[in-house]
Design a binder for this molecule. Structure first.
Ligand code: D0W
Ligand code: ZN
Length: 642
């Protein structure tokens, strides 16, 4: 069947070749491409779905074979283009030129060695398999063997036992990352080798090219720098609260926070420790999880609630097949990749979600996120296949998260019956803003650092000899956190985060966190909302849906700056809406932190010595010099009197 399709395909392309390579021919070529590509990629996505929802050797083999077929197909198309339309660059229609430009950029498929291409596909699947099947046994804490979802995730969220948290934290890294290091090294090498055939210096450069901005690295750096004060103030406030809870003896004197105390396996979002850091216990806070349980939410209900948000602003409902073909629950009878995801099957009607859904507020947010991806798929499903993507990867993530800003407002909670009365006092308002910051602000350095590590691995600055060392350098520098137990190069902590074995680029999430606030503001302006940005809910306002749709339906047919202009009126990324959103909180945090030393030293206490160079104290220390002096003095006095 596959061979037949490919043969028919090359015959068609061959026939075209007999004619002249005019623009009209080019357009016809694209039409035919779209029909065939729809079939090829549909088969390919199906094969991947089968593996991800049922991890077996057989499904792995089928997926690998399918990946190779699609790569062969893409290569064939590119070959035909250069033979038939070497002049595509001179065509008058920009959208036609843009399709050709994307079609000849083959990525890894450009490599001429099928075995190598095969190993890229196999290594990625195997690494994902290790991650997805990892288990941690904690008998010393009265627990059996736990998988990441739901077991370890719940433990990290709920346990307040320092030692138990540390055991789960270490256990997960032993069960996942530690088993990946040599495979990951091979993986990096073979990807770099393949991407050279596409003319890129390394895989990181290829990934960044999707943003179509020559200054991209500098741009994200500038964005991060502008938001750093917000993160540092949150960090100092949370550090004080955690110190009070667990005891100062656990806190290194370089200003770091132990990485396992944030209610999250990767310290990436801190919302699960809201109870430990709540500003005003006497005022109102919305405990969505408790409300969901009280209202008897089940999984379907969660998806229907998310879907209804989008239809309430005039966007599409999930198509019929979504409900029958998705995997919304963790199956008991087989291993699956639990890490949530949304899938476009490229036939214009088949869209699915795979999620091991649990009945918690965190998961309700993930449900909205994944449905958000599907809404984007639906909005651009009529475009040529090559344009059925986000304007850039950050756009897809921004769209997936934008409702989280409306959804979690007390206004919205009231509207859907999860809150009885909307609080109007300042204290409840700060409770709400702090909770949002534990999600959105805490994430910023994490979202920024993951791909700095990977870019450095891909360009060779970070080698396997310093994989973990360089990882912790970034974790210390940006997040101000330290590992709770000793680390070494026998560990491979990056691999304990899904997107490293899964090979999903991560800077998209950082970009998304900027974009979602810009867009949220744009939608709130559009519906004529007046009031503080953080209390705006666009629910049930079709003006918001219309504006959003105008941007979504462009897919990747235009450079992202144009899509941006459609929704915000300006082509640029800007942190200002996010700064505006959190400004009342920032003022409050500064007041709370008057006695604190904001920031931390970038030196890790559990330092991993790099084999050849002794660790330099690079990165500026934010600890006040007098504090260091004082600490030194106390130490000396202590020694003398001892
Ligand atoms: C896809 N990717 C999965 C899952 C899990 C989103 C994730 C990040 C983050 C908090 C076939 C395919 C893509 C979509 C597409 C991925 C999640 C939880 C939420 C960062 C954290 C937050 C938002 C993001 C993390 C996703 N499809 N999130 O791969 O079309 O490209 O489904 O990994 O609020 O670290 O958890 O982005 O949906
Ligand atoms: Zn996403």
């Amino acid at each position: 069947m596959w061979i037949e399709i490919l043969v028919v395909m090359s015959m068609t392309l061959g026939r075209l070749q007999a004619q002249a390579g005019t623009e009209a021919d080019g357009i016809q070529f694209l039409d035919e491409y779209n029909t065939k590509a729809g079939m090829v990629y549909n088969e390919n996505v199906k094969a991947a779905w089968n593996y991800y929802t049922n991890i077996t050797d057989e499904n792995l083999e089928a997926m690998t074979a399918s990946n190779l077929e699609s790569a062969e197909f893409s290569k064939d198309v590119a070959r035909n283009i250069s033979a038939r339309f070497p002049n595509w660059n001179t065509f008058t229609r920009a959208d036609v030129r843009r399709q050709f430009k994307k079609l000849v950029d083959l990525g890894f498929s450009a490599i001429n060695d099928t075995e190598k291409l095969k190993s890229i596909s196999t290594l990625e699947a195997e690494l994902t398999g290790i991650y997805s099947t990892g288990k941690v046994c904690l008998p010393e804490f009265g627990k059996g063997c736990l998988s990441l979802e739901p077991g370890l995730t719940d433990l990290m969220a709920e346990s307040r036992n320092y030692q138990e948290l540390a055991a789960a934290w270490k256990g997960w890294r032993d069960a996942s990352g530690k088993k990946m290091k040599s495979k990951y090294t091979d993986f990096v090498n073979v990807m770099n080798e393949a991407i050279a055939f596409s003319g890129y210096n390394d895989t990181g450069e290829y990934w960044r090219s999707w943003y179509e901005t020559p200054t991209f690295e500098q741009d994200v750096k500038n964005l991060y720098e502008q938001l750093r004060p917000l993160y540092e103030n949150l960090h100092a406030y949370v550090r004080r609260k955690l110190m009070n809870k667990y005891g100062a003896q656990y806190f290194p004197d370089n200003g770091h926070i132990p990485a396992h105390l944030f209610g999250n396996m990767w310290s990436q979002e801190w919302v699960n420790i809201y109870d430990l850091v709540e500003p005003y216990p006497e005022a109102t806070s919305v405990d969505i999880t408790a409300k969901m349980v009280e209202k008897g939410y089940n999984i379907t209900h969660m998806y229907r609630v998310a879907e209804e948000f989008f239809t309430s602003i005039g966007l599409d409902a999930m198509p019929e097949g979504f409900w029958t073909k998705s995997m919304l629950e963790k199956p008991a009878d087989r291993e699956v990749v639990c890490h949530a995801s949304a899938w476009d099957f490229y036939d214009g009607e088949d869209f699915r979600i795979k999620q091991c859904t649990a009945i918690t507020a965190e998961q309700l947010r993930v449900v909205h996120h994944e449905i958000g991806h599907v809404i984007y798929y639906l909005a651009y499903r009529k475009l040529p296949r090559i344009f059925r993507k986000g304007a850039n990867p950050g756009f897809h993530e921004g769209m997936a998260d934008i409702v989280s800003l409306s959804f979690q407002t007390p206004e919205h909670m009231k509207a859907i019956g999860l809150l009885d009365e909307i609080p109007t006092d300042d204290k409840s308002d700060l409770n709400f803003l702090l909770k949002m910051a534990l999600d959105k602000v805490a994430f910023l350095p994490f979202g920024y650092l993951i791909d700095q590590w990977r870019w450095s691995v891909f360009n060779g600055a970070t080698t396997p000899a310093t994989y973990n060392h360089d990882w912790w350098d970034l974790r210390c520098k940006y997040q101000g956190i330290s590992p709770p137990v000793e680390r070494s190069e026998d560990d491979f902590d990056p691999g304990a985060k899904y997107h490293i074995p899964g090979n999903t680029p991560y800077i998209r999430y950082f970009v998304s966190y900027i974009l979602q606030f810009q867009w949220h503001k744009a939608l709130c302006d559009e519906i004529g909302y007046v009031g503080p940005l953080h209390r705006c809910d666009v629910y049930r306002d079709s003006a918001a849906g219309d504006l959003l749709r105008n941007m979504l339906m462009l897919g990747s047919s235009k450079p992202w700056q144009e899509a941006m202009e459609v929704i915000t009126g300006s082509p640029e990324m800007s942190v200002l809406p996010m700064v505006e959103y959190f400004d009342p909180l920032l003022q409050w945090l500064k007041e709370q932190n008057k006695e604190e030393n904001i920031g931390w030293s970038s030196i890790c206490p559990t330092d991993i010595p790099s084999p050849d160079s002794p660790r330099s104290a690079s990165g500026s220390s934010n600890i006040h010099p007098t504090a260091l002096l004082l600490a030194g003095l106390i130490l000396v006095l202590g020694i003398i009197f001892y």
